[in-house]
Structures are given as structure tokens and as C-alpha cells.
Ligand binder design. Structure first.
Ligand SMILES: [Cu+2]
Length: 376
């Protein structure tokens, strides 16, 4: 058992953290930290789904020097900063193009991987137990050429308000050898365009009040197939009952060695062996169980008794105020103290928020994004 103090401290780390995608491996070989990855200028999320930043994040239309070689069927491992924000991870490809470096990423993508909520844990928790890494395979049947690989971690802790979902996005440049012909992979979607602020997988009014994450699937439609049979019809949105492909769960836990060797397509001097960034490795190793499960099961601030609908398996912190469904008082049970002061970890502001804005003593109302401020 972990003490309440330890759980609470892990929650503080969780709520104050944003995240970036920093590094990837091809069959367990990495080109290096932030090599081949278009790094955004900050670790803040994109929240405007109509923005071109939805493709490859802020400044993500500009290429970086290195494009990394891979082959269809190869295992890709991505590593992100530690995240306590509940939600899925998805991967998409843009291409083939002649030059990944020159590609903006604004346009057609197809999904190749998705991990949502498995066995009571969101993707970020599952990754948290694996040094914030996630593995999947490049599909077979890819046309040879250069691609952008897009990694998206969608954080749903503010999804109770329109525009409150947080998209963390990073793109890498790949040169992929494959056996498919152009147009083999589909369905494709457009970014921006395919995501809408009020899609059922992005705006979840009951996210803190009865939402069942076991039926959740991430935005972007189904995982594509590359056998040439995939529709190229853009998927603008999808019904909320789309079945999650079984492949993502398997990909998270299996490491299938693939024979293809890895080399850089362009000027990277050395390929270092697998090495996690020291900061994230240290952060995770200090309390691995707490970081993986703490916020799913522990209610900070001692207010965990009055919200029976916030069952632990939902994976959400239980102390955040539920979204108002109309203009009336939005206070969730247990989320506010006396005289309108918001308990620690409760929502205290945001564009569409109408509830109490003063935090209880010992916490400060802090803007997480335009739509979500929290007492931390
Ligand atoms: Cu954050």
C-alpha cells in the first residue's frame, strides 16, 4: 500500500505536467534523443481541432534534418514525457511523399495504431508502467517512400467542456521500405478537418459522471489496412460504438523482434543504444506503482466519499468538478468547499466554466488551457 501522502504527491506531479514526444526506436534502435522528431516550442497541448497545429503541433510544418529508415512490419517504440492525463494514444502516417523533411503534414493521414483503455487503465497509465513508452508495428503493404509518423496522446481530463480536450502531438520523419503500391492504405482522414470539437470521443460531458471508458475509441476513425482494399473516403467523425481493434492491446505488450536492420536515411553520426531521457526515467522509477495507478484509485484531498459514480476503473481523478450541463451551478459533490471555494484539484476556471473560481487555501487556480483551470 502506498501512503496517501505518496499518492497525493504523485497527483501533484501529474496535474502540473504536460508532455512531449521526444524519442523513438525502430526495432529497439534509436537515432537519438529528439533526432528525427519535430519538437514543438513548448509542451502545451493543442486544443483547437480546426488548427493546422493538429497535424504536427506548433511549428510542426517545418522539417528537421534527419529522416530515419524503417521497413514495413518494423516495431516502432515511442517515448513521451510522463503523463498523468487520462486518455488514448494513436499513431498515424502521412505519405508516401518524396521528402518527409519537406512535408507539412497538413492533409491526408491514415491511422496505424491505437491504444485506448485496456484492463482498467488508460494508455497513459499503461505507458507509465513502461517508462512512458509504447510499441506498435508499421503495417505491411506500405508503399515505399518517406512518411511523417504522428504520435498523439489525447488527454481527456478537461473533456467535459467543448474545447477542453488536450491534444499532445509529435511528428517524426521516416523513410520506409515497403511492398505496397500508392493508395494501398485506407481509410484516410484529413488533419485538420477530421476532428470536430463536439465529436463524442473529444467532448465528453459526463466524463466525470458516469462515462464508461471501456467503450471509448480515440478520434481518427479505424486503424487502416494497407491491402489496397481500404476506402479512401475521408472519415470526418465516427460513431461512438466503433469497435476497438484488438491489435493495439497486443502491441502494447508484445515485443516481436523484426529482422530488418536500422539505418539512418541521412546524416546522423551515431545510433545510440536504448536510453531513456534521464529525467523521465528518474521520475518514473521513483514511484512506479503510484504513477501508474495512483490517480485512478485515490481521491486527493480527502473528498473521495461522496462521488459513487466516479468508480476507480474510469481512470479519472475523482476530485475534479464535473462539467455544468447548463448554466446553473456546476459544483460536483465533494468538489467544492464552503462558501464557493474550490477544493484542491477542482476546476476553477475556463472559457465555458461558470462555477466557483476561488481555491481553498493551500492551492492556486492555475490555467491548464483556455478551457480548463484547476486548483493546484
Ligand atoms: Cu498537462
Amino acid at each position: 500500500m502506498f501512503s496517501k501522502t505518496l499518492l497525493a504527491s504523485s497527483l501533484i506531479a501529474a496535474v502540473s505536467a504536460h508532455q512531449n514526444f521526444h524519442q523513438f526506436w525502430v526495432n529497439d534502435v534509436t537515432p537519438g534523443y529528439q533526432v528525427g522528431v519535430r519538437m514543438p516550442p513548448s509542451n502545451s497541448p493543442v486544443t483547437d481541432v480546426t488548427s493546422e497545429d493538429m497535424a504536427c503541433n506548433v511549428d510542426g510544418q517545418t522539417g528537421v534534418a534527419d529522416t530515419v529508415a524503417a521497413a514495413e512490419g518494423d516495431t516502432i517504440k515511442v517515448q513521451w514525457d510522463q503523463s498523468g492525463h487520462p486518455g488514448p494514444i494513436t499513431h498515424m502516417l502521412f505519405g508516401p511523399v518524396d521528402s518527409a523533411k519537406a512535408a507539412t503534414g497538413v492533409g491526408s493521414w491514415f491511422k496505424i495504431d491505437e491504444l485506448d483503455y485496456v484492463d482498467g487503465k488508460w494508455a497513459n497509465e499503461i505507458m507509465g508502467a513502461a517508462n512512458m513508452t509504447h510499441e506498435f508495428k508499421l503495417p505491411t503493404g506500405l508503399p515505399s517512400g518517406e512518411y511523417l509518423l504522428r504520435s498523439e496522446m489525447l488527454a481527456l481530463h478537461g473533456a467535459q467542456t467543448v474545447g477542453g480536450a488536450q491534444f499532445y502531438i509529435g511528428c517524426a520523419q521516416l523513410k520506409i521500405t515497403g511492398t505496397g503500391s500508392d493508395g494501398a492504405c485506407g481509410p484516410t482522414i484529413e488533419l485538420p478537418g477530421a476532428y470536430n470539437a463536439e465529436d463524442a470521443d473529444i467532448y465528453i460531458p459526463n466524463v466525470y459522471n458516469g462515462f464508461d471508458p471501456t467503450n471509448y475509441t480515440a478520434p481518427g476513425g479505424p486503424v487502416a489496412s494497407c491491402d489496397g482494399s481500404g476506402s479512401t473516403t475521408p472519415v470526418s467523425s465516427k460513431p461512438s460504438n466503433v469497435t476497438t481493434p484488438a491489435t493495439s492491446a497486443a502491441a502494447a505488450s508484445s515485443v516481436a523482434p523484426v529482422s530488418t536492420s536500422v539505418s539512418l536515411a541521412s546524416n546522423v553520426a551515431a545510433i545510440s543504444s536504448v536510453a531513456a531521457p534521464a529525467s523521465s526515467a528518474a521520475a518514473i522509477s521513483s514511484a512506479p506503482v503510484a504513477s501508474a495507478t495512483g490517480y485512478a484509485t485515490a481521491a486527493p484531498g480527502g473528498n473521495n466519499t461522496a462521488i459513487p459514480s466516479f468508480a476507480a476503473p474510469s481512470g479519472f481523478k475523482t476530485s475534479v468538478i464535473a462539467a455544468p450541463t447548463n448554466g446553473t451551478s456546476p459544483s460536483a459533490p465533494g468538489s467544492t468547499g464552503s462558501a464557493g471555494s474550490v477544493k484542491k484539484y477542482g476546476q476553477c476556471g475556463g472559457k465555458t466554466y461558470t462555477g466557483a473560481t476561488s481555491c481553498e487555501s493551500g492551492s492556486t487556480c492555475t490555467a491548464m488551457n483556455d478551457f480548463y483551470s484547476q486548483c493546484v
